[in-house]
Each structure stands twice: as C-alpha cells, then as structure tokens.
Design a protein around this ligand. Structure first.
Ligand SMILES: CC(C)(COP(=O)(O)OP(=O)(O)OC[C@H]1O[C@@H](n2cnc3c(N)ncnc32)[C@H](O)[C@@H]1OP(=O)(O)O)[C@@H](O)C(=O)NCCC(=O)NCCS
Length: 186
C-alpha cells in the first residue's frame, strides 16, 4: 500500500518478501548506532516484529511507519516513522519523527525529501500540535535533515529512553503547528 509519494520516493507499507532485505540493510552498525529502538545485530525475527507492528498501524488507519522506496525500482532503501514520543513527559499533541536510510543512499537528499513529506502527514492529522525529534550530539547528518525541514534545536536534554549508544544527553528538536503553518505559507 502506497501512502504518499515525493518526487523520487514512495512512502509505503513494508511487504513480507522484503524482510530479508530489511534485515540486511539494518545489520549495519553505522546506520543502527544512531537509532533509539532498533536492535543490533538485527535479525529476521526483528524484521518480522516490525512487519507485524506496521501492519497493525495500517489496519488502525493511522500509519506510524513508512518504508521508503525509490520510484525507479521500488526497492526498499530506508524508513521514516511518526511515533508517540518516548519522553517521560511528552507535550500534548506531540509526535516524534525518526528515520534511517541504507548507507548506499546517503548524501543524495533522500531523507530531506522523505522527512518533509512525513512532516506534512503529521500536521495533516488534526491532533498533532508539534513534531519533535532527538539526535545524538554528533549526528550532523540527522541534524541537517531536521534543520532543513524546519525543526529548531531546543538544546541538550538528558536522554530518557533506551539507546544502543549510552549517551547521557541528546539534542531535542521541534516544530510547532503554528510555525509549520507560517513556514508553509511563506
Ligand atoms: C541521517 C540520515 C537519514 C540522512 O539521510 P540523507 O538522505 O543522507 O540526508 P540528506 O542527503 O537529505 O542530507 C541532509 C543534509 O545533511 C547533509 N549531510 C548528509 N550527510 C551528512 C554527514 N554525514 N555529515 C554532515 N552533513 C551531512 C547534506 O549535505 C544535506 O545538507 P545540504 O542539503 O545543505 O547539503 C542518514 O545519514 C542515516 O540513515 N544515518 C543513520 C541513521 C540516523 O542517523 N538516523 C537518525 C537518527 S536521529
């Protein structure tokens, strides 16, 4: 099921035959070390659990997880998620954006394109009041993606979720609905 598309990408559901490719792409420490919730090493069982979660989200009618595939060949290259925030005290109406891209596809503007579309999906949902994200202090690539799509750096906060790297603090990013609407109208 294709949920949205950008100039070069589909944001769509994961299909069962893609589980081996998903497992392969996520068995890369340089991708996974920045993520909060992805296990490492990544197994077929992890991919299967992700598939089940994703199917449940789609069945509820409000998908939180989107696979990214290039329109040219429909091959899975990454994912973007719109999750309930992991913060201990989330703000009302907060949605957290997260993403990863297979290493061979970095540096070509794919995630800026996908994350911008995900932001649009998030704010098309009336309950969304703000979209937040967290990054490691030294994750320049991800910080650049967030900055490009309009999120602001709110500074360093204690990390209050599990992560593969044991960083004590992370950077918090956010954009409010007001700011998003002002920037979209400009
Ligand atoms: C973060 C990630 C998704 C970026 O995807 P991407 O498609 O390569 O990003 P883009 O090409 O859209 O780049 C966005 C901006 O960051 C810059 N950038 C890309 N890689 C960079 C790097 N390693 N260091 C610094 N800047 C970088 C790009 O130049 C671009 O800025 P520009 O348009 O001004 O040139 C990808 O590197 C990744 O999957 N990393 C591992 C997982 C991860 O970190 N997820 C996020 C956790 S918070």
């Amino acid at each position: 099921m294709i949920f949205a598309e950008t100039e070069r990408l589909y944001l769509r559901a994961l299909t069962y035959p893609e589980l081996p490719r998903m497992t392969d792409l996520l068995n890369d420490w340089d991708v996974v070390r920045w993520l909060a919730v992805v296990p490492f090493p990544y197994t077929m069982k992890d991919a299967g659990d992700f598939y089940t979660d994703m199917a449940a989200c789609y069945a509820r009618g409000a998908p939180e997880l989107f696979i990214l595939a290039q329109k040219t060949d429909d091959l899975l290259i990454g994912a973007v998620g719109l999750h309930p925030p992991r913060d201990v005290n989330p703000e009302p109406g907060e949605v957290e954006i997260g993403y990863w891209l297979a290493r061979d596809y970095w540096g070509q503007g794919f995630m800026s394109e996908a994350a911008r579309e995900a932001l649009k999906i998030a704010f098309a949902r009336p309950a969304t009041r703000l979209v937040g994200a967290t990054t490691a202090l030294d994750n320049d690539a991800s910080q650049n993606v967030l900055r490009k799509i309009g999120l602001r750096n709110m500074g360093e906060v204690p990390r209050d979720y599990g992560a593969l790297r044991g960083d004590d603090t992370v950077l918090k990013w956010r954009i409010t609905r007001d700011d998003y609407e002002k920037e979209s109208a400009a």
